[in-house]
Design a binder for this molecule. Sequence first.
Ligand code: KIV
Length: 282
Amino acid sequence: MSSQQSPAQAGAGTPARKAITLHHLREMHARGEKIAVITAYDASFAALVDAAGVDAILVGDSLGMVLKGQPSTLSVTMEQIGYHTRSTSRGVKGAFLIADMPFGSYQENPVQALRNAGTLMAAGAQMVKIEGGGWTPETVRFLVERGVPVCAHLGLTPQSVHALGGYRIQGKDAAGAETLRQHAKALADAGAAMMVLELMPSAVAAQVQADNPQLMTIGIGAGPGTAGQVLVLHDMLGVTRGRLPRFVRNFMEGAASIEDAVARYVKAVKDGSFPDPALHAY
Ligand code: KIV
């Protein structure tokens, strides 16, 4: 095991890819290299997307929808995210591993958030993700000061689907955009190293990145002006049935294999050919 690898990243068998740490991600961002993130939920797909060259893997609570077949992420439990984080970590050789904190696992108070974040870090996560702005900076600061790297998540926050009135684009009017900017600034100041920006006009996402140059913004349906991109694995492989958001590209089209499709995604994120700016003119 190299000194930079976590036990999960060292894995067994195949030669180890150089382990990507938070420090490496920050260096990539500083030199303007785009960060390619994808979701995975088990060891086999983690090994595959890792070999395809993704920089980070998110064990997303999207598993509630793509694995469990639920209409939202709300039913996902700590036990389930813990199980999938442990499984995923066993497949990872080099990618940085982020785990989603499920609905109800961090909202009570910062102590509850720390206890549950600790469980996910023990399961192999190197960072946890929490949704929302306004009340979350206190929790982010509490976690970061105690050694837990945090990814924030603003814009369409799926755990708030009922409060938001559906899966709707956020920050479309001036007041909404300003609220997003203020929430992002407060979260960055509280120590969030990374921030998912979901389903918002590209100009708003680009402004959040410009306001907070050191923050690694990771867009999904938020245009090309972020530090990186994330997609749900099942969506970008064309596995998800039903209507997909228009920003999703099916990378299986023209690909020789699943690994090739993910490698094409990584390349497209890195060279800026994904996402297509025309699909984010909300
Ligand atoms: O749960 C998830 O997969 C996510 C991504 C859509 C960012 O939060």
